[in-house]
Design a protein around this ligand. Structure first.
Ligand code: ATP
Length: 363
């Protein structure tokens, strides 16, 4: 039994379905990231679980108990909107203990919880200091500790790192992942930052327009996107999604008309699962999924280099192929000058096929 279960959950604001008939399970100890573009319904989903919004339809279960009718305070959930500023005149220990005062715990219990959380967050040495005497990273850890010191059934976080600067954010990601792993609670984190979701989540639910498009591990969401939306949303630079028409297929190769060139793609699909030979489809290839070809061949795509963007160790080249812009990432030493003709060869294992409705064709 999952610790958080959403069944046919729907929230209408007027006619707008902010959350549209979603199902989701979050297991005990699992970190689920809700990821998607602005307005896709992430925060509304979180607020529904937390009891801050009333659902229009559907059910919410926490630890097996239907909580639709329970108020937020009765749901045994800690909801964290951001890591708030600390009380400057209180010590670290007092800051950490603050949320426990409402819980009617004994002094000994409070001291024990504070000691535990300080130990987990490596703050034991600083318990008697005031925030002004802490390093920036330590302050953030106190703020995290204060958010999680209660011992609820599950945690809900809404963009918890969004206000931090880039360096601190990177540092905190790793720490939060480790911390959540130690806590063994069902956790839902809303983020629009895919790196954050890929780093912290055990699984990611990608949302669009109130609907969950795919739920999968960070690896699978990247390696096997369920449809063209997820394929285009996850991964930087963005996956190339190229219109194609099938010509013929056997077990390991698919001959296609790809951007008006005939290209034979390496595939690992069984023929029967592929779209019909003459069907239209979308071919997805990530910018790192090509090799540069030294000579023409039936398995290469030809274009002209339109733009070159150095990215440090790698270079992003934009290849003009007919009307299309094909993004190709290569080692910086292999970058080709603007205006040059270039052939690229899609690598085996790097070709994703989506049918004419945009759904992945499974290998
Ligand atoms: P963001 O990343 O921008 O916070 P989100 O994915 O969290 O976006 P929600 O905040 O859940 O999206 O909003 C989903 C949709 O519901 C949006 O179109 C939003 O405008 C709408 N919405 C949210 N809250 C309300 C409300 N109280 N009244 C009316 N519409 C709302």
């Amino acid at each position: 039994m999952a610790d958080i279960e959403l069944r046919n959950l729907t929230k209408l604001f007027g006619k707008l379905a902010a959350v549209d008939d979603i199902d989701l399970d979050v297991e005990a100890g699992e970190v689920m990231c809700l990821l998607g573009p602005s307005g896709c319904g992430k925060t509304t989903t979180l607020r529904l679980i937390g009891g801050l919004e009333q659902e229009t339809a559907g059910d919410i279960f926490i630890a097996g108990k239907r909580v639709n009718k329970l108020r937020a305070s009765q749901r045994d959930i800690a909801m964290v909107f951001q890591f708030y500023a600390l009380y400057p005149s209180l010590t670290v220990a007092e800051n950490l203990a603050f949320p426990l005062h409402a819980e009617k715990l004994s002094k000994a219990e409070i001291a024990q919880r504070v000691a535990h959380i300080a130990d987990v967050l490596e703050l034991s040495h600083a318990l008697n200091r005031v925030p002004g005497r802490l390093a920036e990273g330590e302050k953030q850890r106190v703020a995290v500790g204060r958010a999680i010191i209660r011992d609820p059934q599950c945690f809900l976080f809404d963009e918890p790192l969004s206000r931090l600067d880039v360096a601190l954010r990177q540092e905190m990601r790793g720490q939060i992942k480790q911390l959540l792993g130690d806590l063994h609670k069902a956790t839902v984190i809303v983020t629009h930052d895919q790196i954050e979701a890929l780093t912290i989540g055990d699984r990611i639910a990608v949302m669009r327009d109130g609907v969950i498009e795919q739920v999968a591990s960070p690896h699978n969401i990247f390696a096997q996107p369920a449809n063209v939306f997820v394929a285009g949303f996850i991964g930087t630079p963005q996956m190339n999604l190229l219109p194609a028409r099938g010509i013929a297929a056997d077990g390991a190769r698919l001959r296609t008309r790809l951007l008006d060139q005939e290209v034979t793609l390496p595939i690992e699909h069984r023929g029967a699962d592929l779209p019909r030979a003459d069907a239209t489809m979308t071919v997805g290839i990530r910018p790192r999924g090509f090799n540069l070809a030294t000579e023409a061949g039936p398995d290469t795509l030809a274009g002209t280099v339109d733009l070159v963007e150095p990215m440090g160790a790698e270079t992003l080249m934009h290849l003009r192929v007919g009307e299309a812009d094909v993004r190709v990432v290569t080692g910086y030493r292999k970058a080709i000058a603007v205006g040059r003709h270039l052939r690229v060869r899609p690598r085996a294992g790097q070709v994703h096929i989506f049918d004419d409705t945009g759904q992945r064709v499974e290998p």
